[in-house]
Each structure stands twice: as C-alpha cells, then as structure tokens.
Ligand binder design. Structure first.
Ligand SMILES: Nc1nc2c(c(=O)[nH]1)N[C@H]1C(S)=C(S)[C@@H](COP(=O)(O)O)O[C@H]1N2
Ligand SMILES: [Mo]
Length: 395
C-alpha cells in the first residue's frame, strides 16, 4: 500500500526540534504536574460525599469515600485551588508535548502488528481523555456548563480513563525514554528545516505560557492583589459593601420566588415524628455564632467572609437529632441538582458549621441566600445551600 501524501509522509514534518529527547523532557516535566492534578481531583470527589440530595454523585466511585475532614476550614480551598490552577498551568506543557509527537498521529501504516495496534489505541485513549479533561475542566472553571451531562460525573470518569492510560503509557515508554535521554537530542533528519527557535526558546515559551495562564486565574483562588491580574477568572469583579462579594447563582437564576423569603418564611426542622418551625426572628433570638469561613467551589474560586448564625448542631438538638447520621438540607429553589445537599453527622456537628443569617455584620442579601444559608468548613461550595427551607435529620 502506498503511503498517502501530506502529513502521512515523514518529510512533511520539518521542525528540527522534534525528537525523542524533547518529547522525553516535556513528558518528564509534565508528569509531576499531572500527578498533582490527578491526586487533588480524586480528593475533590471524596470531598463531595455524602453528596447531593442523598444520591451518590458518582455511581461507581473509587474506594475514596473516607470521611473528608472538617478542618482546617480552608482544606478544600487548598486542594481544589491546586487542582484547578495546576491543571491550567500544565496546559501549555501538554500542548507542547502533543506538538512534539503529532507526526506519530499520521504514522503509516497505522499499525504494523497487533501489539502496535493496541499501543495506538491506548494512545488514542490517553490523548482523547486528556483533551476531554482539559476542555470540560476549563469550561467548568469559566462557570459555563454547555454540556448535556453532569460535569462532576463526566470529569471523574474521564480522569479514571486518563490515569489508567497514563500508567500504561509510562510503563510501555520507560525504555524508550531512558534511551532517548541517554542519546541526547542527536542530529535532525536530512529533510528538517532550519530551526526558527532553539529548544531552550521553546521551553521558555512554554514556561511563559504556563506563568501567564496561572497569573490570569490564581487571584480568584487566593484573593489579595493577584485578584486584579485574574483576567480569565469569571469571579473577579466585586462590588462595594458587605454583600459585595461575587455571586455564582442569583436568586432569579435559581428561580427562587422572593415572596417566599419574606416574613412568612419558616425553617422546618424534621427528625422522625419531631417537627419544629422557626421564623427568622426566632432563629436570630437563639445563640449566634460568628465564623470566618471560606466558600470554595469546584470551579476553583474561594471567597472568605465573616458569617453569623446558628450552629447546625444547635438546630439538630432542637428536634433531638444530635446523634442523627446525616441531614438533608433543601432550599426554596424549585429545581436543579444543587437545590438540596446532604451533610454527614460529622459535617453538621463540626463546631464552625452554621445556618448563616448574616454576613459581614449585615443581613444576607437575597442573592447570597436570604433568609438563611448553610456554611460548613473544609467542604466544597455545593454544600453551602442557599435559601434553606427544610432540614431533615435521619437516623
Ligand atoms: N439553593 C442553592 N444553593 C447553592 C447553589 C445553588 O445552585 N442553589 N450553588 C452551590 C454552589 S455549587 C456553590 S459553589 C455556592 C456558590 O455560592 P454563590 O452562588 O453565593 O456564589 O452556593 C451553593 N449553594
Ligand atoms: Mo460550586
């Protein structure tokens, strides 16, 4: 069979920089970053348990459902901040590594042996899952959910495929990498063009790219002066005032009827046959506690504010549920997976866990969850349910 023209012929690829040595170097630089992203990603899955509305997020989870700690309060801000920002920073490296091996994509014949076919299929899985994780991860960071599937579930399964394919790839390629490293860059093939950039220049470009995307986002995670440079971060803008910190989902977007948040609003506590209704004034008359706690979202942003309200443990006591196994928190929001969340016993009884009524010294604004919202330490923001209406404690 004749080799088709164009990219299927090795002479089509003329960069003198490409070669096993550069690919090995880029791979070795990429690997630690990918390990950080993978480990923190799987930790995020563990932190999501016990999940939303009582249903496990991922039907088939890795055995990672250890009890995610409730302290230090910034734990999830740290692991998810690492996940998202390291994930961004490795993108230029990943693209450079793919560029360095792109001629292999057109290798002809496609496979010389069954073993070669298996290897190519595993590479297809590796590259496909890496790009899938990249695209879904970045759109999620942009607070943009254009897909018909649940991001957390899809991103999780994509990661399982990616890690399996990566381990196989590293094991298979180890001898090639060793040899390439020992042989140094070598002389480019005869058909290669004159270089337009040195290898060092290429690495510098990749490093500058990583630094730029990192700088364009990390301020959203750590706050402070870097917020000003976080040009790619959707939650950069703040407004003046105690409730001026950014909002992901407004009451209007969540279709919360403002009429239901007025004086007629009651918090309903349920535990078996025990029920208790409290107005906002009655909640304010209970012992209040103030906690400075971050809300950290899977999207990578963190916002730390001073919340004031009733400890969840005290609410549990009101219906004799101090020993309850978990609590289902539901909101006035009529639809959507995020309208309710479940907290485990450890999570609702952690000292800083609050039903917040006020923030930074004033009432919560409607968009920040008025009349009441959950704030819990060390957990992903999905647990910080806004516009709380009912808390059902279960054995
Ligand atoms: N009722 C309700 N509560 C909710 C959500 C929601 O969509 N509906 N989103 C959750 C998620 S995923 C996060 S990260 C935080 C975001 O808080 P913010 O919308 O005030 O920024 O609220 C949480 N509480
Ligand atoms: Mo979130």
């Amino acid at each position: 069979m004749r080799t088709p023209p164009g990219p299927f012929r090795p002479t089509f690829w003329r960069s003198p920089l490409r070669g096993p040595w550069l690919t090995t170097l880029l791979g070795a630089l990429l690997l630690p970053g990918v390990v950080v992203v993978a480990v923190t990603g799987f930790l995020s899955e563990a932190a999501y348990e016990p999940s939303l509305g009582g249903n496990a997020i991922v039907p088939v989870a890795l055995p990672l459902t250890f009890g995610w700690p409730t302290s230090p309060p910034w734990l999830y801000a740290l692991t998810q901040g690492l996940h998202v920002n390291a994930g961004l920073a490795v993108v230029p490296l990943l693209l450079a590594k793919l560029w360095s091996v792109v001629p292999k994509l057109f290798a002809w014949p496609p496979a010389r042996s069954p073993a070669a076919l298996v290897e190519r299929l595993s590479i297809a899985l590796l590259v496909g899952s890496a790009l899938f994780e990249l695209v879904t991860g970045v759109t999620n960071m942009q607070n943009w959910y254009p897909w018909g599937f649940n991001f957390v579930v899809a991103h999780y399964y994509g990661a399982v495929v990616f890690v399996a394919a990566l381990v196989a790839h590293v094991v298979v390629k180890l001898p090639t990498m060793r040899r390439a490293w020992r042989d140094r860059p070598g002389t480019p093939p005869a058909h290669a063009a004159e270089p337009t950039i040195t290898r060092r220049g290429l690495l510098g470009l990749v490093g500058a790219g990583s630094a730029a995307v990192l700088l364009a986002n990390v301020g959203e995670t750590i706050g402070g002066p870097l917020r000003a440079t976080a040009l790619l971060a959707p939650r950069r803008a703040t407004r003046p005032g105690p409730n001026g910190f950014p909002v992901n989902k407004t009451a209007a977007a969540a279709r919360v009827d403002p009429a239901l948040t007025g004086p007629g609003w009651r918090l309903l506590l349920v535990h078996g046959d025990a029920r208790r209704e409290l107005s906002r004034d009655e909640l304010l008359a209970l012992d209040q506690r103030t906690e400075t706690l971050p809300i950290a979202c899977v999207e990578g942003w963190t916002t730390t504010q001073e919340w004031e309200g009733v400890p969840l443990a005290a609410l549990a006591e009101l219906v004799g549920a101090g020993d309850a196994g978990d609590v289902l928190v539901e909101s006035l929001q009529p639809r959507g997976v995020l309208r309710a969340a479940t907290l485990s016993h450890r999570q609702f009884s952690a000292e800083p866990s609050l039903l917040a009524l006020r923030v930074n010294g004033v009432d919560l604004s409607l968009d920040h969850g008025f009349p009441a919202r959950i704030v819990v330490p060390a957990l992903p923001g999905v647990h910080a349910t806004k516009w709380v209406s009912t808390m059902t404690f279960a054995a």
